[in-house]
Each structure stands twice: as structure tokens, then as C-alpha cells.
Design a protein around this ligand. Structure first.
Ligand code: ZN
Length: 306
């Protein structure tokens, strides 16, 4: 049995109209649109996937764009930020680049690493964290971490440590609150989950600019089933594996309320179009092919920034 989850597979968020989202992630952030498909549970909306050239696990940020989504607000029981890794010393180039694009950012430090915090077009927090060992150059090197907001971090911490095999890596004061860090051993991309304790009465409001779920990696279908048994044995309700075309997924809500997914690495995004054409055509799962003409009439055209 695998002893720990290697890290994040993908993060899925809600956005407003698709084109500004595409412009931001393929423009200033330099991500590749690796899949243009529909929400398999609501095929009249897109599901857009961004990542590295092939959409490797640990680099994949995905969005459900709703043209009329009202603005959301992160709160307890929600993932509130996703962070990308950049090489040590890489932030100067990023600050210049973001400045050229007139994108505001804040420079900070967290657990001894410098980071930039910026906002995507829907106000979602995007962080760029200097990470020893991140690939060189000016491109993002996949995920560094995700931050969860919780009223009580303890039950969430138990899922991460007792089920997923993450190790506590200490805590840091952050303003009036505390950030707790958990790390998957093995040093894969996106191996960090931070949990912030949220005080007060404010509530999460799902909508544009909020994260819908966080997906963790399973190397194969067999490993995914082993994780499913562990989640069940710990007393959580979890779905059976669901075919998402590019991976198989199981879902469960961690005790604090964040929707967790465990997604398989295979088969990946080249399963239904060649690697050098990823993201160009609207791809539909077989169950919606018969409705393609109708779906294409509803969806607004989107174009990656060249
Ligand atoms: Zn997902």
C-alpha cells in the first residue's frame, strides 16, 4: 500500500465569463489550456483545464465558468487560495512581468519562502511561492500548495495526517490567526496543504472566484481504491469512482466542509486528442456527443491568448 498521497492532482474553481479567465491563465500566468470540455454534471457550461504542456498531475487548475455567477467569498470550510511554485530568486522577473501587465500583487513571506499574492479576474487569490527545487526559467512549475480555511483545523488535520499520510510541518502566526502546514513526504509537486483557523462569524459564499474542490493524486485505479477503503474505514462517506474521461475520481467532504477528491494520474489529457493540439477543440464525453450541436450553440467561443 502506498503510504501517502503524493500531492495535489488538480484544483477546481468557479469563474465568471470564460474569456477573461482564459486570458489570465494562458496570458500572464503562461499556462496551457490543455482541455476545453463541459461540466460533466451540467453540460451547458464549460470545464476548462490549464496546466503545463501535457497537463501533468500537480499542475492542473480547472474552472467551471458561469457567465452569470455572482461573486463568491471564501470562508470556513473552503479552500481559499492556490499557490504555484517558482524557482528561488524567480519573483523579481515575475514582479516585472506582472507590472507590465498592470496586475497588482503583494510581496510577502511565509515559512521562510517569499511569495506574491495576486488576484485572478474573479478575485480568486493566486500565490506564486519561491520554492527550492522548482524548475528554472520563468514558467510556473505547477502547484506549491493550497490553503484551506477552517473553523477547527483539528479534524481536517486528522484526515491529512491519519488518512493521507501528510506530516505536520509546524505553524506560523498570520495576522490574528494561525497557519498550520502539512506536507506529503516525497517532494512531489503540490505536496503542501496549509490550514488556516478562521475566527468570527463570517460565512463562505460559493460563487465566482471561489474554489469548488481540491483533488489529490492516486497513481492508479488500484491505489485509488485503497485510498477509498481508508477514507471509508475512517468513517467518511465517499462516492464510488466516477469516470471523468481524463482521470477517475472519488469525492468526499472532509469534516470542516471542503470537498476533497482523489483523482487517478492516468489516463491524462492526450486520451482524446493529440498532445500538440490539446485544448483546441471542444471535447465532449461520449454521453454528450449526440447533443454537440446544441451544446456548441450555448457555449460562448473562447480563445487562448497566443
Ligand atoms: Zn475535480
Amino acid at each position: 500500500m502506498t503510504r501517502s498521497i503524493p500531492g495535489i492532482h488538480h484544483v477546481t474553481a468557479i469563474s465568471g465569463p470564460p474569456q477573461p479567465n482564459v486570458d489570465f491563465y494562458t496570458g500572464p500566468l503562461g499556462q496551457r489550456l490543455v482541455k476545453k470540455t463541459v461540466n460533466f454534471d451540467a453540460p451547458d457550461t464549460y470545464h476548462l483545464y490549464y496546466g503545463d504542456r501535457t497537463g501533468s498531475p500537480g499542475t492542473i487548475m480547472t474552472f467551471f465558468p458561469f457567465a452569470d455567477a455572482g461573486p463568491g467569498r471564501p470562508g470556513p470550510g473552503m479552500a481559499a487560495a492556490h499557490a504555484y511554485a517558482v524557482p528561488s530568486g524567480g519573483l523579481e522577473a515575475w514582479m516585472a512581468r506582472l507590472g507590465d501587465d498592470a496586475i497588482d500583487f503583494d510581496l510577502g513571506e511565509r515559512f521562510g519562502q517569499r511569495l506574491l499574492t495576486l488576484r485572478d479576474p474573479d478575485g480568486a487569490a493566486v500565490e506564486l511561492v519561491e520554492t527550492a527545487g522548482a524548475a528554472g526559467g520563468e514558467a510556473l512549475d505547477g502547484f506549491h500548495s493550497v490553503t484551506l480555511w477552517e473553523r477547527d483545523p483539528e479534524p481536517t488535520a486528522r484526515v491529512l495526517t491519519e488518512i493521507f499520510g501528510y506530516l505536520p510541518q509546524g505553524e506560523e502566526r498570520e495576522g490574528a490567526t494561525t497557519r498550520l502546514r502539512f506536507v506529503a513526504p516525497g517532494g512531489a509537486r503540490g505536496s503542501i496543504v496549509d490550514v488556516i483557523r478562521v475566527e468570527g462569524t463570517h460565512l463562505a459564499r460559493p460563487g465566482a472566484g471561489t474554489i469548488h474542490h481540491v483533488a489529490f493524486r492516486a497513481e492508479s485505479d488500484a491505489v485509488q481504491l485503497e485510498w477509498r477503503e481508508k477514507v471509508l474505514a475512517a468513517g467518511h462517506r465517499v462516492t464510488p469512482p466516477i469516470d471523468r474521461n481524463y482521470f477517475n475520481a472519488i469525492y468526499f467532504r472532509e469534516p470542516g466542509g471542503v470537498l476533497f477528491e482523489i483523482a487517478t494520474d492516468p489516463p491524462g489529457f492526450a486520451v482524446d486528442e493529440p498532445e500538440d493540439r490539446l485544448g483546441e477543440a471542444l471535447k465532449l464525453p461520449p454521453q454528450y456527443e449526440a447533443r454537440r450541436a446544441q451544446i456548441e450553440r450555448i457555449l460562448p467561443p473562447v480563445r487562448p491568448r497566443a
